[in-house]
Every structure is written in C-alpha cells, then in structure tokens.
Design a protein around this ligand. Structure first.
Ligand code: BV8
Length: 236
C-alpha cells in the first residue's frame, strides 16, 4: 500500500501554456511584453492606473477564450478520485483548473475573474473590463481593482498552504520556474518537513536541485502519466 495520503500540488503558468495562455518568462512571455514594474505592482497602479487596468482587462478577456488542457483535466480527475487530502495551490490567475472540474483549488496570487473593492473590501466576481471604473456591486463606489496579488503584496491564504504542507506526504510542483517567492520556497519548506518532493516541468526550474525527483517535458504529457501512476499506487 502506498504511504502517500495527503498531497499538495503547486501549479504555475506552465500548466496553462498549452491552453494558449502566455507564461511569464518563456519566449515572448508576458514580462517581455510589459516590464514587470510597469504593471504588476501597487506603485504602478498608483502611478498609471489606466495602463495597469488595461493590462488586466486584456488578460481577463483572453483567458475566457481559452480551454483547459490535458494537464488541468488530469489534476481534476485526481481531485475527484483521491481519497486523502489534496490541495492544488495555483499561482495562476486563470480559472482553467476549475473549468476542468477541480474543486480543491487555492489561488495564492488572486484571480482574473474577481475584482476587489478598495472601498468596501468585497471581492465580486468580475468578467468585464475595469478601465471604465464601474461601480462596485456591493457599495456603489467606483473603487474596483484587479483581485491580483502584485509584487510586494502578501499572497493569499498562506496559513492554509503551510498547514497543508505540514500534513503532506507528497509535494508536486508543476509548470513553474521557481523564480517568485514565497511559492518558490515551498519545496524547501516541504523538505524540512520530511515531505517527498517531485517536479514536473518543461525544463529544470530554478529550484530543481531541491526536488527528490524531477521529470521534464510538457505538462500535457507528464501530468496525466503521473496522475495514473499515483492513483494506481494508491490501489495497491
Ligand atoms: C511578497 C500575479 C512579501 C500577477 C504574480 C528577492 C529575493 C526573494 C524574493 C524577492 C526578492 N525581491 C522581491 C521579492 C519578493 C517577490 C519575488 O519573489 N520577486 C522575484 C521576482 C525575485 N515576491 C513578492 O513580491 C510576493 N509577495 O513577497 O510579499 C510581503 C511580506 C510582508 C508583507 C507584505 C508582503 C508576491 C509575488 C506574487 C506576484 N504576482 N502573479 C499577474 O499574474 O499579473 S507572480 C507571477 O510570476 C505568477 O503568478 C507566478 O507566481 C510567478 C512565477 O511565474 P510562473 O508561474 O513560474 O511562470 P514562469 O513563466 O516564470 O515559468 C513557467 C514555467 O513553466 C517555466 O519553468 C517553463 O519551463 C514551464 N513551462 C512552459 N511551458 C510548459 C512548462 N512546463 C510544462 N509544460 C509546458 N507546456
């Protein structure tokens, strides 16, 4: 019988790459089209709110034209069939995990499809643009910003993430470059806790040396194969 009961999975932009959503660092990635400092910081939003709102309006619209890929579907299958604890901690701000059917998903960097009201702190579901400063559906104020964790802002629900890591038997990092903290440090937290660690990525990430095992290739191939493997091992 496999000793794996509780799994924490971290996903990054590489999981959505084959769905046609730009990653941050590959080739013509998002960062190259816009300098990070220009759009993904509170300072940028204070300095040039229209630029930042247009940047997120474009991406919010774009993700609604994309579909989950085989990696999202395999993780949703694992979520549905895994009897132990399972948490998909995603750095991604798209909704492809959910649209593939995954339930146990935690967006540590926020979501394109939520807005965040700076007047009443509500986070209404939002699919349209914010550039025209629409009124908050809760309080009526024109004070909505993207519900995205920018650089220098605290990622969401960190206490839940660390609690899950403390209970985990396996930590799997999928489709992330290991460039951004605190997410990039989770593999070290896992190792310190004695958790088995696995990397599934197109190429070695910046943190690849910290993993017990690393497999390199496209997520649409690696993830379904790994899901079948871990489900089969749980039945032995
Ligand atoms: C915080 C939302 C503290 C925005 C994002 C110096 C050292 C250490 C840390 C820092 C430092 N200086 C500053 C920091 C902190 C900073 C940081 O880490 N900076 C980095 C650049 C050094 N971190 C922060 O600011 C974080 N907050 O630290 O707060 C604090 C403390 C107290 C009080 C208040 C605050 C907040 C970070 C969150 C920023 N927001 N996203 C948006 O989406 O617009 S980050 C953004 O980049 C993503 O969300 C993601 O999390 C991150 C990394 O991107 P990846 O997902 O890894 O994508 P990437 O393109 O990099 O890699 C893709 C990978 O996929 C590649 O490896 C590629 O090979 C692979 N791939 C490609 N195709 C495929 C594939 N794999 C498989 N199959 C394929 N087909």
């Amino acid at each position: 019988m496999s000793s794996i009961r509780n799994i924490v999975i971290l996903t990054g932009a590489g999981v959505s790459a084959e769905s046609g959503i730009d990653t941050f660092r590959d080739g013509g990635g998002l960062w190259e089209q816009h300098r990070v400092e220009d759009v993904a910081t509170p300072e940028a939003f204070a300095r040039d709110p229209d630029l930042v709102l247009r940047f997120y309006d474009m991406r919010r619209e774009a993700i609604q034209t994309k579909q989950p890929n085989a990696a999202h579907r395999a993780l949703a299958k694992l979520d549905a069939e895994w009897e132990g604890d399972l948490l998909i901690v995603t750095q991604n701000v798209d909704d492809l995990h959910e649209r593939a059917g995954a339930k146990r998903v935690l967006h540590m960097h926020g979501e394109h499809l939520n807005a965040w009201c700076m007047a009443c702190d509500e986070r209404p579901r939002w699919i349209g643009p914010l550039i025209d400063r629409p009124a908050c559906p809760e309080c009526g104020e024109a004070a909505l910003r993207p519900d995205i964790v920018w650089f220098g802002e605290m990622p969401y629900r960190m206490d839940e993430i660390f609690a899950a890591l403390e209970q985990a038997d396996l930590f799997v990092s999928i489709g992330t470059s290991g460039a951004v903290y605190p997410a990039a440090g989770f593999v070290r937290n896992a190792r310190e806790l004695g958790v088995e660690t696995l990397e599934l990525n197109l190429e070695p990430s910046q943190g690849t040396a910290w993993f017990d095992e690393a497999r390199h290739g496209p997520a649409s191939e690696l993830v379904p194969a790994w899901v079948e493997e871990v489900l089969a091992s749980s039945r032995t």
